[in-house]
Design a protein around this ligand. Structure first.
Ligand code: NDP
Ligand code: 2IT
Length: 450
């Protein structure tokens, strides 16, 4: 048995039924073969055994009352995965299908992503199996307050700093912050993604989407290629997808698609950004309403998706940006992308491509930017928000955007050069995983057996 297999089998025994977590661990460990063979210290210090086990996992009851007086109980999580490089940092996800395995996969990815940014942040993730869809503002507020009633004792600006993720945006961060302040009496940078009115950073809202486009530009530029004029496929219709589409237009590219949990929009004239923002940020309704406003666009409902994948990746386009959720791009989807002449995939979501899809994209020599590298602009800008809060300063939009661009270029260069060093030129997955791993692992060694 190889150490990868041994580790997965051990995790299956100690942490059963955490499929997405095993998937994330397997992908990273596969990339580390070369480094573990040559760098004996990682084995001597049992780094693999330690790095796959979160430092702390908090699971708690979140009881709340809806507007009709009915009581609901959800499961809340905060997984504090690794603090070798700094306070735990990572988002909160509110989604009905959330479970411990998904939180752990997200927390594990976050450790390497945060390390890759070069910034002093450890990795964590949290959330609840709460479905915000159809809930009133008052219900969302009560849920967030109940969630914070437990979480406040575990978080703090120097211990653990949550932010948003799927289902958690500025509104939820506001309610969470208000309750933290009430419980502790402290006004401090305990959360990022805050409103610009009270401690938020310019560009944080846009950062993940913008950063993912900057990353694609770096991959293209390395081949002497440009983004301008290209047809782009985007999945998702939330925070990441919206600002990614905004940046694509600013770069002269043409986003043709977006999607949500009800289906996919294909607008051959280009996605109308203002309509998308109105539907998803203001009205919070299904994308099927898009076609009433733009008659040349098509809505493809979930029922009409191919059995082996996602409708969005079957539409011809030169660049693909998965920005909704994990495992939303299958091997059959990857095949369709390649056959339709796609040249690059830059992942805004976390682990959106299945392992066999990644293999196919790499074999076909597409430019492939894995989530933990391509979507790291969000968390990097969160760290800029922490820095501004701690120093009581406010940076301009240009200052933050310039730093974001520099971080994305640096992440790309580090992943590319590490891949070359380990004789896998062009394999940004391998480069990103090794570069992130070595930084965390060496910090763990220096800090002793803790
Ligand atoms: P949002 O909640 O703002 O938007 C998520 C979008 O994806 C929505 O359009 C939602 O549809 C759709 N979606 C979510 N889950 C599913 C699903 N299971 N099947 C189909 N569609 C789905 O989240 P974000 O845009 O913030 O996050 C998107 C991805 O990016 C996630 O993988 C997240 O982890 C990752 N990410 C986010 C960062 C951030 O800063 N926000 C940073 C780095 C990564 P609907 O509108 O119908 O709910
Ligand atoms: O997956 C991610 O990197 C995020 N959801 C953002 C985390 C953060 O702390 O800004």
């Amino acid at each position: 048995m190889t150490y990868v297999h041994e580790t997965i089998v051990a995790l299956q025994r100690s942490s059963p039924a955490q499929t997405e977590f095993y998937q994330a661990v397997e992908e990273i460990l596969e990339s580390l073969r070369a480094v573990l063979e040559t760098e004996e210290r990682y084995r001597r210090h049992a780094i693999i055994e330690r790095i796959v086990e979160p430092e702390r996992q908090i699971m708690f009851r979140v009881p709340w009352m809806d507007d009709h007086g009915n009581i609901h109980v959800n499961k809340g999580y905060r997984v504090e995965f690794n603090s070798a490089l700094g306070p735990y940092k990572g988002g909160l996800r509110f989604h009905p299908n959330l479970n411990a395995g998904i939180i752990k996969f997200l927390g594990f990815e976050q450790v390497f992503k945060n390390a890759l940014t070069g910034l002093p942040i450890g990795g964590g993730k949290g959330g609840a199996n709460f479905d915000p869809k159809g809930r009133s503002d008052a219900e969302i507020m009560r849920f967030c307050q109940s969630f914070m009633n437990e979480m406040y004792r575990h978080v703090g600006p120097n211990t653990d700093v949550p932010a948003g993720d799927v289902g958690v945006g500025a509104r939820e961060i506001g309610y969470l912050f208000g309750q933290y302040k009430r419980l502790t009496g402290r006004y401090e940078g305990v959360l990022t993604g805050k409103s610009l009115l009270w401690g938020g950073s310019l560009v944080r809202k846009e950062a993940t989407g913008y950063g993912c486009v900057y990353f694609a530009q770096e991959m293209l530029a390395n081949q002497g290629l440009e983004l301008a004029g290209r047809d782009c496929l985007v999945s998702g219709g939330g925070n990441v997808a919206i600002y990614l589409i905004e940046k694509l237009y600013q770069c002269g590219a043409r986003p043709l698609t977006c999607s949500d949990s009800t289906g996919t929009i294909h607008d051959p004239d280009g996605i109308k950004l203002e309509t998308l923002k109105t539907l998803k940020e203001v009205e919070k309704v299904s994308l099927k309403n898009y076609v009433q406003r733009h008659v040349r666009a098509h809505f493809i409902p979930l029922d009409d998706y191919p059995e082996d994948g996602h409708a969005v990746w079957r539409i011809p386009g030169e660049l693909a940006f998965p920005c909704a959720t994990q495992n939303e791009l299958t091997r059959a989807d990857a095949e369709a992308l390649v056959n339709n002449g796609c040249i690059a995939v830059s992942e805004g979501a976390n682990m959106p491509s299945t392992p066999d899809a990644v293999d196919l994209l790499l074999d076909a020599k597409l430019l492939y930017g894995p989530g933990k590298a391509a979507n790291a602009g969000g968390v990097a800008t969160s760290q800029f928000e922490m820095a501004q809060n701690a120093s009581m300063q406010r940076w301009t939009f240009e200052q933050v955007d310039t730093q974001l661009k520099a971080i994305m270029a640096d992440i790309y260069a580090r992943a590319r050069d590490t891949a070359i060093k380990y004789e896998a030129p062009g394999n940004i997955v391998l480069g990103a995983n090794i570069a992130g791993f070595t930084r965390v692992a060496d910090a763990m060694i220096e800090q002793g057996l803790v």
